[in-house]
Design a protein around this ligand. Structure first.
Ligand SMILES: Nc1ncnc2c1ncn2[C@@H]1O[C@H](COP(=O)(O)OP(=O)(O)OP(=O)(O)O)[C@@H](O)[C@H]1O
Length: 215
């Protein structure tokens, strides 16, 4: 079933001297099952806020989300691993009934041998991989990726892009990828939505022509 995201208005209320802000107004789009769509736009335009609404984590808006695909795998902008649990035990938290899968998934993201490492011992690239494995291990029907390649060196970023591409192709979740970089969007997505304006709205929504080689 197609997901329909309809946001008539999203307001962040006044807080600590900062005035109320209308973040989104009349921002609506549909997502077909299995579609991979990138969300691009300048810093502060509301990309992360939009993902939180789509995920159902923020319900304080005027509008609706219908056809929400579940389960939802969410790779947050920061890895958000529990520091007192090893990589393996961070994954086991989301699949308590299938603990063996944690080790398998860590191997799938290139982290065989690091299962018992604690998050503070992991580089950002490794922590992101654990977070990616955690998002994928539940076999999501909706995958939300918030800047998965940011702040990584070029090689690590490319490896992470390859991992995302492989697993998205394998699991076929409906995917929303937030990125600042058009080339990352073009490498992974079939469609790119650009946010802009104030209040934020969709200023461009286009399907990309994909070459055979990129498939
Ligand atoms: N909980 C909140 N309360 C009030 N304002 C917020 C809250 N969360 C975000 N904002 C504001 O909403 C705006 C959009 O933030 P958001 O993080 O969604 O943007 P973004 O496009 O993801 O930015 P970036 O690319 O820098 O990550 C920003 O001005 C931010 O300060």
């Amino acid at each position: 079933m197609t997901m329909q995201i309809t946001i008539k208005q999203k307001v962040y209320p006044a807080q600590g001297g900062a005035p109320a802000r209308v973040l989104f107004e009349n921002l609506s789009f549909d997502l077909a099952d299995g579609e991979v769509c990138a969300i691009v736009g300048p810093s502060g335009i509301g990309k992360s806020s939009l993902l939180q609404i789509v995920a159902g984590l923020d319900t304080d808006f005027d509008g609706s989300i219908t056809g929400l695909r579940q389960p939802v795998g969410y790779l947050f902008q920061t890895p958000r691993l529990l520091p007192w649990r090893t990589a393996r035990r961070n994954l086991e938290l989301v699949i308590p009934d299938r603990p063996g899968r944690a080790v398998e998934w860590l191997a799938q993201v290139g982290l065989a041998g690091s299962e018992d490492a604690y998050p503070q011992r992991l580089s950002l690239g490794m922590a992101r991989r654990v977070a990616l494995a955690r998002a994928l291990t539940i076999e999501p029907k909706l995958l939300l990726l918030d800047e998965p390649f940011a702040l990584l060196d070029e090689e690590t970023s490319r490896e992470m892009q390859d991992l995302v591409a492989i697993h998205v192709r394998k699991l076929c979740p409906t995917t929303l990828l937030v990125t600042h970089h058009w080339h990352e969007a073009a490498a992974l997505a079939q469609r790119v939505i650009t946010l802009g304006g104030s209040p934020t709205r969709i200023v461009d929504d286009r399907l990309l022509q994909r070459s055979k080689a990129a498939e």
